[in-house]
Design a protein around this ligand. Sequence first.
Ligand code: ASP
Length: 445
Amino acid sequence: MIKIAKFGGSSVASAEQFKKVKGIVESDPDRKFVVVSASGKRFSGDNKITDLLLLVNAHITYGVDCTSLLGDIEARYQDIVDELGLKWPLAEKFEAFRKNIKKHSPEYVVSRGEWFTANLMAEYLAMPFVDAADVVVFHHDGSVDMERTAARLKDVMVRKGSFVLPGFYGATVDGQIKLFQRGGGDITGAILARCVDANLYENWTDVSGFLSADPRVVDHPRSIRRITFDEMRELSYMGASVLQEEAIFPVREVNIPIQIKNTNRPADEGTIIRENAEAGEDEHLITGIAGKKDFVSVHIKKAHMSNEVGLVRKTLAIFERYGVSVEHIPTGVDSFGVVVNHDDVRDSIYSIVSDIRKEIAPDDITMVDKLALLSVVGRNMSKRSGTSGKIFGALGEAGINIRMITQSSQEISIIMGVNNEDFDRAIKVIYDRFVRDEVIEPNEK
Ligand code: ASP
């Protein structure tokens, strides 16, 4: 069994965290391939090494002296070296970095965060260090050359048997360092998992996986043990994000499950994300509830519009012209709505409405703002009839007006619009009735 264990910034922030990582890696012989981020925050208000390195670049660009900043960065690593009694020649390596700092590209400078962290971790875990610049191959346009990367990763895997790999960067064939987007250590882990045909991609972080609702709204929400990629995308889109979204695709395509685990509470089960739930697993009706406030719905009414070809397209083209992305289009027979983010139309809404009036000639056009969208997500909802009715009923009983309803095409989510001020209460009502007090019924279909 091959497990890729990727540790995020907070998991490698200090010597204390390094010790936890060692405990985790050594407790399972299948954890032979480790990916690390750069040391992150040790406490709230602390700095991530990556942010400090970005600041170094800014100092260089504006010709400001960065000696003390570099001193702070070195001190972070020196603390780890001292506390763990490591032999790695940090002072020498850091001096070489410092001396040539102006000759290096900004990407190179930022990538040193993961490079230093991975070198220290490799010694501490007594595993070989593999430089991502030698194995993660980028095209010049910034995309990954998967074929070359897979060949190189498979090769080092066989030759070394185990290793620590820095996340977040790679290099072009001519050695130019390239970075993934922020948080991109997750992407490195996913690419490694895919290229070496891993059985599991473990993503170690500082939370015990996904929660079924926002803990700021609901008291002690249940953690989600298992979730499908589709469900996760629905929840992340609505704000419940744990994982770098781009990290999902490399493993999803080849059906490798991801497990989100907590470095600070390794015994917690965490969340497993996979393509399809296995039969007999978690029969919960609702996997999670998430949502966001501040949407605007533009409601257009026109008699016999269902016979008028191209009306919706023409309307959407107007939004497109103003660069506004459309969230939902709930439709009726002679009316439809266009739901957009309030911030996206702050300056353009009146022009958009006036263009719709001119180009579509609707009988009526109204706007509802301060709309919150909440998405109730659950792969099992499609298997049990009457779910949406029960949810709407519960909100109705609580006196919450539902202003809009849509259901995703695979029936894994029901999205409802409520007034901003009813948002928290709507989530609590649904959570209490369908998650907290759930009686698990067998699936019907
Ligand atoms: N160190 C990088 C960042 O802070 C990448 C990562 O942590 O995954 O964005």
